[in-house]
Design a protein around this ligand. Structure first.
Ligand SMILES: [Zn+2]
Length: 165
């Protein structure tokens, strides 16, 4: 299939690290707002930004606003997601992996999967291309947050904190 083999002469090669910087800036914005530092951004294949967003669980008291869902909602209605790229600072959770699959994104770029690997193995098994950049900036940002806010983190990934048992 032609569309799965982009012609290097006509399609600009994307620097995924550059795209990730937009998601990382969103993550830092969330942290500055007192929230969980996870951000995401959606780009087209030409590298043009469609939308970006960040986790707002704490800021808006809304557990459904993850980085990916925030960016997704801010993109508005799209005719197709097949040629859009979901970029996120952290491997998507089950909820966001389901969103990727539901709407047909074929490429996901993750800043890291060390703190949380989410659904990336499952996404790959369904044919979604997952590119893990393992960027130290993303790992450190979230590692520090988790160390200082373990209860909020456990809440975000759906794991009740031990002290709430
Ligand atoms: Zn999520």
């Amino acid at each position: 299939m032609l569309e799965s083999m982009p012609n290097p002469n006509s399609v600009p090669s994307l620097n995924y690290f550059d795209l990730l910087q937009i998601a990382l800036a969103e993550a830092r914005t969330s942290l500055s707002e007192g929230g969980i530092p996870i951000g995401a951004a959606i780009f087209n294949r030409q590298g043009e930004l469609i939308s970006s967003g960040h986790n707002r669980r704490v800021q808006q008291n809304d557990p459904s606003i993850h980085g990916e869902t925030d960016a997704f909602r801010r993109a508005g209605r799209q005719i197709s997601y097949r040629n859009l790229i979901m970029v996120t600072t952290l491997a998507p959770c089950w909820y966001c992996s389901g969103l990727v699959r539901q709407f047909g994104f074929r490429t996901v770029v993750v800043g890291e999967s060390q703190n949380f690997s989410g659904g990336i193995d499952w996404l790959r098994s369904t044919g979604v291309e997952v590119i893990d950049l393992a960027l130290p900036d993303c790992i450190t940002l979230l590692t520090d947050y988790i160390r200082e806010n373990p209860a909020v983190w456990n809440e975000d990934i759906g794991e009740p904190a031990p002290e709430t048992h």
